[in-house]
Ligand binder design. Structure first.
Ligand code: 2M8
Length: 430
């Protein structure tokens, strides 16, 4: 049964293959996305290491001079996606690459974790040697540019950087953005999948407002931090960066480079993660609104992802697991058969078809399975793995799934759903 699932998953990746990169889906996402490609490389590494390396190399082609790896690298063969290169106008920044079109923001740095997977599977250091400098530059950019005060937590400047675009976590800040007039733009996404499975126009107005703001400030970080209403220390991105720092440390050790820098980053992150993001009363990790200097009290799946990174103490992990097993929040109940929803069912924003406001996403289940395994909750990890595979078996490689009905929503044949299913079935963590 599972072998058949792997075969089908490979066919999804082959169908979305653009040669040296893979688009997330056939029509809705026709370009290369940063963390999608890293998840895809983790899947590819199980059966085609050369193609996995190509996926990473093509992502690095888009790297900016300041080290940032952008969230989208545009495929010049298509224009059917908004926002397009003209919306970003990255040439306004002297840091942007000259001959390649990209967006002007980033996404969670899963790339370094994917590279470590590839290197471990190959059991050779060549690829680590090849890409180490580029990865180091990306991490330095994160830690210096996005954490200018050296606090140990980096900030995101757009909900798209979190990868969880319309998460309830961002709503309070976005609601405060009062637009004098609506930005003018034409969406493509809600013509390709049912509009109620996509962010609303009100969400998009604010996404575009923040994109315009960053562009009009020529992607100058100091200006953006000073002028944007959206500067947030995101639990998810900082958890992934912490894991990525650890992967970078391992790559450095392998090729005889110093390991102190990533070690120091990790040390600082661990401290501030605890002191600023852990909320002991609610027993959840919460994002911090850096601009407004306040905690964002939203119970979403992001609050549980520090398990993946090993950033929770054992006591905190036990309490996080209680949320996961509570039927009022993340566990099945009479109305909700499938897990794990991306927002707590107790949230007033919970919406079972609402994109990142409730549906099940395979990458989030994957993070939780890996996190539960790390803390020794093997039974729960096994249950979620079995549920995840059963969901795909039942509804196909959709982008996300309704936790109440198990129906697949968003786009079909979604690349990271396929890639991570391969990783979950093979499950021979290198
Ligand atoms: C979604 O985000 C893009 C914008 O970056 C979109 O909605 O058009 C998110 O799910 C994001 O996490 C993902 O990387 C991207 C491509 O799959 O789609």
């Amino acid at each position: 049964m599972n072998r058949l699932l792997v075969d089908r998953a490979r066919r999804v990746l082959a169908a979305n293959d653009l040669g040296t990169s893979t688009k997330p889906s056939p029509a809705l996402y026709p370009h290369q996305w940063n963390w999608d490609s890293a998840f895809i490389a983790i899947g590819l590494a199980h059966y085609d290491l050369e193609r996995a390396k190509a996926e990473i190399r093509s992502l690095l082609v888009g790297q900016w001079r300041n080290g940032m790896i952008p969230h989208i690298i545009f495929n010049s063969d298509t224009s059917a996606y908004f926002p397009d290169p003209h919306s970003w106008q990255i040439a306004r920044s002297s840091d942007a690459p000259a001959s390649i079109l990209t967006s002007g923001i980033t996404q969670p740095p899963m790339i370094t974790i994917a590279v470590r997977d590839i290197v471990r599977r190959e059991n050779r250091a060549d690829f680590a040697r090849e890409v180490f400098r580029a990865l180091l530059a990306y991490h330095r950019w994160f830690h210096h540019d996005r954490d200018p005060r050296g606090e140990g937590l980096v900030s995101i400047i757009h909900p798209w950087e979190s990868g969880m675009d319309n998460s309830p976590r961002w709503l309070e800040i976005l609601d405060q953005i009062k637009l004098e007039k609506r930005p003018t733009y034409k969406r493509e996404d809600n013509t390709l999948v049912p509009p109620d499975e996509r962010p609303t126009d009100a969400d998009y107005d604010r996404f575009i407002f923040l994109m315009d703001l960053a562009r009009n400030l020529n992607y100058n970080r100091a200006e953006i931090f000073a002028n944007s209403p959206f500067v947030v220390q995101d639990v998810l991105l900082n958890s992934i960066l912490f894991c990525a720092d650890d992967a970078l440390r391992e790559l450095a050790a392998l090729i005889g480079e110093p390991t102190e820098e990533p070690e120091q980053w990790m040390h600082k992150t661990r401290l501030t993660f605890q002191s600023r993001l852990w909320n002991d009363a609610d027993a959840l990790f919460y994002d911090f609104d850096r601009r407004g200097e306040r905690t964002i009290h939203e119970n979403t799946i992001a609050a549980l992802i520090p398990l993946y990174a090993g950033l929770a103490t054992k006591g905190q992990a036990d309490r996080l697991v209680k949320h996961m097993t509570s039927p009022e929040e993340y566990a099945p109940d009479t109305a909700t058969a499938f897990r794990v929803p991306t927002a707590s069912k107790s949230s007033k924003y919970f919406a079972p078809r609402g994109y990142w406001r409730g549906p099940i996403w395979i990458n989030m289940n994957w993070f939780l399975i890996r996190g539960l395994e790390r803390y020794g909750y093997t039974e729960l990890a096994e249950e979620i793995r079995a549920d995840t595979l059963a969901l795909i078996e039942r509804s196909g490689f959709h982008e996300y799934f309704n936790p109440q009905t198990g129906e697949g929503d968003g786009t079909d044949t979604f690349s990271w759903s396929a890639a991570l299913v391969i990783d979950l079935v093979e499950d021979d963590t290198p």
